[in-house]
Every structure is written in structure tokens, then in C-alpha cells.
Design a protein around this ligand. Structure first.
Ligand SMILES: [Zn+2]
Length: 88
């Protein structure tokens, strides 16, 4: 995703998961609070100063969490089976 897309997503009121979010926030509350705290603070970086990397990392974390549920969507990419039940 490039910076223009990221800014458009920030301004929108729809989270990547499809739920409503506040404009100028990266994610909805549900996605935001499912991130570990380092990732939460990283998404407050500016676009061009690490935001893109932070966003990509946060999305990867969220995708990983979603794929570790009952739904197998995306599980193939991550091969999560071995890590189930090992959350801190
Ligand atoms: Zn969300």
C-alpha cells in the first residue's frame, strides 16, 4: 500500500475489517485493542516516518490473529497451526 492509499484509509470511516471507525484513526476499536501495545503506539507515526511499516506490521498481526480462529482463511500463508495456544 502506498502513502496515498494509507491516507485515504485514514480518512475513511470504515476499518479494514469492515466495521466503522473514526476518521483519522487507523483501525476500529476492535482491531486497535487486539494489537500488542508496541504496535498500537507505532501506528501514531507519521506517514513517511515509519507509519507505512507500522501499518503493514499491524495488518500482518491482525491477519494472523484472524487466521488463527476457527475460520481457515489465510491460514495457509502463515502456517499457524503449530503456534496455537502459545499466546503470552
Ligand atoms: Zn477493524
Amino acid at each position: 500500500m502506498d502513502a496515498i492509499d494509507l491516507i485515504a484509509e485514514l480518512r475513511s470511516e470504515t476499518c479494514r475489517c469492515g466495521r466503522r471507525k473514526q476518521s483519522r484513526q487507523t483501525f476500529c476499536r476492535s482491531c486497535y485493542f487486539s494489537l500488542p501495545s508496541p504496535a498500537r503506539s507505532d501506528i501514531y507515526k507519521r506517514v513517511g516516518s515509519g507509519y507505512q511499516q507500522a501499518y503493514d506490521a499491524a495488518v500482518a498481526l491482525l491477519d494472523h490473529q484472524e487466521s488463527s480462529g476457527a475460520d481457515s482463511r489465510g491460514a495457509k500463508e502463515f502456517g499457524t497451526d503449530a503456534t496455537h495456544g502459545r499466546r503470552a
